[in-house]
Design a binder for this molecule. Sequence first.
Ligand SMILES: [Zn+2]
Length: 528
Amino acid sequence: MAKKKRDKNRVLIFDTTARDGKQSPGCNFGPDDTIRLAHQLARMKVDVMEAGFPVSSDDDFEAVRRVAHEVPGITCAALARANKDDIDCVMKAFGDAIKRSRIHIFIATSDVHMEKKLNKSPDEVIRMAVEAIKYAQACGIDNIEFSPEDASRTGFSFLAKIVAAAAWAGARTINIPDTVGYAVGTEYPNMILRLMHEVSIIERNDIVLSLHCHNDCGLATANTLAGLAAGARQAHCTINGIGERAGNTHLAEVVMALKTRRDYYKLDTGINTKEIGPTARLVSSIIGKPIHDTLPIVGANVHAHSTGIHQDGVLKERATYEIMSPEDTGWQEESLPLSSQSGRHGFKQRLAYIGYEVNAKTFGVVYAKFKELAAMKPLVHNTDLHMLMQETEAEQHAEEEGWIRLLNVDYHKLDGTRRVFVGLTANDNTFEASGTGNGPFDATWSAVRSALTRQKFWPGEIKLESFDVSKGQGGIESVGIARVKISLGDYAAFGRGSDTDIVVACTKAHIAALNNLINAPILRERIS
Ligand SMILES: [Zn+2]
C-alpha cells in the first residue's frame, strides 16, 4: 500500500496530559480517569495521546494498556527510556494493539544531563539512542518518536548528530524538548530551522519535527507557535497547561491561535474546538483543581466584560473586544444542565455521555445524591456529576477496603468558634468526637483527628499542610469544593470533598486525604 502523503499544512496535536501533565504535584490520576480523558480527547480529535510511562508504575502500565485497546480514533503513545526493559514494558502494554500505537523513546542530551544524570559520554548516548530505536523496531513497532531530552540546552552540533542518528535508525517523529523552559527569542524556532536545513534525512524521510515546551518563563505557547511557523508539524500540549513546575504548553492556546490567525500561520489542526471547554472541565474535575478565571480560552473571565465601554461594544458587536466566540470553544457548559425534574433515564444517559458506566447499586447511590443536590441547586452541571461520581466511587472503594468513611457531621458556632461533631467508621468500628477551631478546616480537622486518635487509628505525626476552597459552577447555591494537603514525614497526600455545606465538604476532604495517605503502598508497611 502506498504511503499517504502528509499534508504539509497539517499540525499534529500530541496530548501529554496523562503523562507529563500529571507529573505536577497533586495532579495524579488513575487508569479509570485516563480512560475517561482518552475518550474525551478522541471526541476532540487529538491525534496522539501519551497515556503514560508504563515502566514507572502499575497504574501507568494499566492506563497505556487500556487506552491502546479500548479507545478507537486516537493513537496511543507510551514513554520509554532508551533501554530494553522500558521498551519491553511498553510492548507488553501495547500487546496486539501495537499497530495503532506509538513508542516515545527519550534520552538526555545536554551536557549537564549526560554528565550528572546519565554519567555517559556523548558517543555512548548516541549509541544507546540508536540501539533503543532499532530494538523497538525489532519488537515490531514502526511508529517511533524520539526525544533528545533538554534539547534546548544541548550544543547544536551534537543535537544535529543525534537527531540524524535517530532518524537513520528509524524514528519517524523527532521531538525537540525545551525541557526546562529555557529557550527565549528566536532560539527555539532557529533550532528547528537549522535542523531542517542541516540534517538532510529529515526531508528525505519526511520526518515530523515535534515541539515540547515548558512554561517556566511563560513562553510555552509562544515558543510552540514559533516552532510551528519554522516548520515543525507536531506540538506536545496538555489540557489547561498542567505539568511540572509552571506547566506545559496549553493545548487550547495553540489550537485557537492557529485557528483565529489562520491568515498568518496558514496551518490547520484536526481539533474539534467545540470540545475544548468540556475537556478543560473534565481535567479540572479529575485533578480536583479549578480552572483559573483568567486562563486563556477556557477561564471563566475570558468572555466576561465588566467595564461599561466594553459591555456596550460587545453587545453591539462581539468582534469589538473579542477575537473568538464562546460557542466555538465550548466555553459554556456543553449540554443542558439537569434539574430536580430530571428522571432516572435522562440521568443515566448523561452519566454514560460523560464517561461513566455504572452498575445498579452505584446508580442507586449516585441518583439519590443527585436528587439531594438538585434540591439545593437548581441546575446540576456535568462538572457536578463528575464530582458526585468521583465521590461515590471513592466511598464505595473505602467501604470495600474497610477504610475511613463519614457517617455524619454536625456543627454549631459560638462567639466565632466552631464546634464540629463527626461520626466516622472504618473496619466496622464507629468513632465519634468533636473538635473546635475558628475556620471550617481547622475545626473539622481537629474533630476527625480526635475521633481517630481515640480509637488508636491515627498513624503518627500527620500535619495539615495546606487547604483551600473554591466554588463550583452554577451561581449562588453552588457547591463548595474543599481541598487539603496533609503529610507524614516526607510523604504527602491530597484529598478533596464537595458539598453545598462547606463544613461537610472540608470533613470529606480530610477523610479522602487520610485514606490516600494511610493506604499509600509505600506507607502501609511503615505504619502497620
Ligand atoms: Zn516535559
